[in-house]
Design a protein around this ligand. Structure first.
Ligand code: LMR
Length: 317
């Protein structure tokens, strides 16, 4: 909520509504709650973060507009959903851009991440932090996905992202963007053969009930940008900004450790409680997938994001 000048310093409570689309028992869901607890405690209740999970307020295709209208004050969309704001974000949808969590962490919490967050200012958005969920895996209800040929003709739900769309097209599949809120329902209605997501989202949204096969491919990385509207941020008293920034640092450190553990633990749960067949992509199969993606990497060779791509490659070497 906006609070006018006369409220400042008069100990009026500031309420910040934080909307997100995933379940509570996910890295993002728990981090949002943790952030709320830290802020509520450190401000002695003067700043209250109200968390709305599961897209109860807004779906992922509505939340950025809601933030700009000040209907909510904080969101944390997946980075893939920011590609419209700046093409550099698209880089992070490149398949196999990161080999492990520590590479992703180094990029997102280091200079590249900071620079990217500050570019959002041009769009009147305050980028507070980059959070982690984890690596995406492939699922299908039609057949196991081990070689590129297995994807041929299958339909997949994707997030709205040109790079993810290309990734599936290069595998011979037919991708279609659908909002996260509708994934369970559309798989239930058999509108798609499969989808890609983190273990945490597959587990917490019970997608394993509707998909017979999962390949642990770790081909894509799902990260989040935690955002506020710049105008709203500017309207906050300095001490509140400081408190929010400190709480964000603490929460961000927490989520980068917690997210891997949650995904590992929930994979075990899926294996224990569902009939889903889990395959692990081997090196040979991975090399076959990578071959298909060559042209996608080449398409970034000449554009404005090439420099960032080079820096990421250096981190890997
Ligand atoms: C998805 O749409 O699959 C994810 O971005 C959802 C999320 O926020 O993790």
């Amino acid at each position: 909520m906006y609070h006018d000048d006369e409220q400042k310093g008069l100990n009026k409570q500031i309420v910040i509504n934080f909307s997100h689309v995933v379940a509570e028992n996910t890295p993002k869901g728990l981090a949002a709650q943790k952030f709320a607890e830290i802020v509520n405690q450190k401000s002695d209740g003067k700043v209250k973060i109200e968390v709305y999970s599961n897209g109860v307020l807004y779906s992922d295709d509505e939340e950025l507009a809601a933030l700009r209208r000040n209907d909510v004050q904080m969101i944390a969309p997946s980075i893939s959903k920011l590609s419209d704001l700046s093409p550099t974000w698209q880089l992070f949808d490149l398949p196999f851009i990161f080999d492990d969590y520590s590479e992703a962490k180094q990029v997102f919490t280091g200079k590249i991440g900071q620079d990217l967050l500050s570019t959002l200012q041009e769009k009147n958005i305050k980028g507070l932090a980059l959070w982690s969920n984890g690596f995406k895996q492939m699922t299908s209800n039609t057949k196991p996905l081990l070689y590129p040929a297995d994807f041929q003709g299958q339909t997949f739900r994707i997030m709205p992202s040109e790079v993810i769309k290309k990734q599936f097209e290069l595998l011979g599949a037919k991708p279609q963007a659908v909002s996260f809120n509708k994934v369970y329902q559309s798989l239930e209605r058999q509108e798609f053969d499969g989808q890609e997501n983190t273990i945490s989202n597959i587990y917490s949204k019970r997608l394993y009930e509707l998909q017979k096969y999962m390949t642990i491919s770790n081909h894509g990385y799902l990260g989040y940008a935690v955002l506020m509207d710049e105008k709203y941020w500017d309207s906050l008293p300095e001490d509140v900004k400081q408190l929010l920034s400190d709480a964000m640092v603490e929460t961000t450190n927490w989520i980068w450790t917690q997210s891997k553990m949650m995904n590992d633990e929930q994979l075990q749960q899926i294996k224990n409680k569902s009939g889903m067949r889990v395959y692990y992509l081997n090196d040979l199969q991975k090399a076959e997938w990578k071959k298909q993606f060559n042209s996608l990497y080449q398409s970034f060779e000449n554009n404005a994001t090439k420099q960032t791509l080079d820096i990421i490659q250096q981190i890997k070497n």
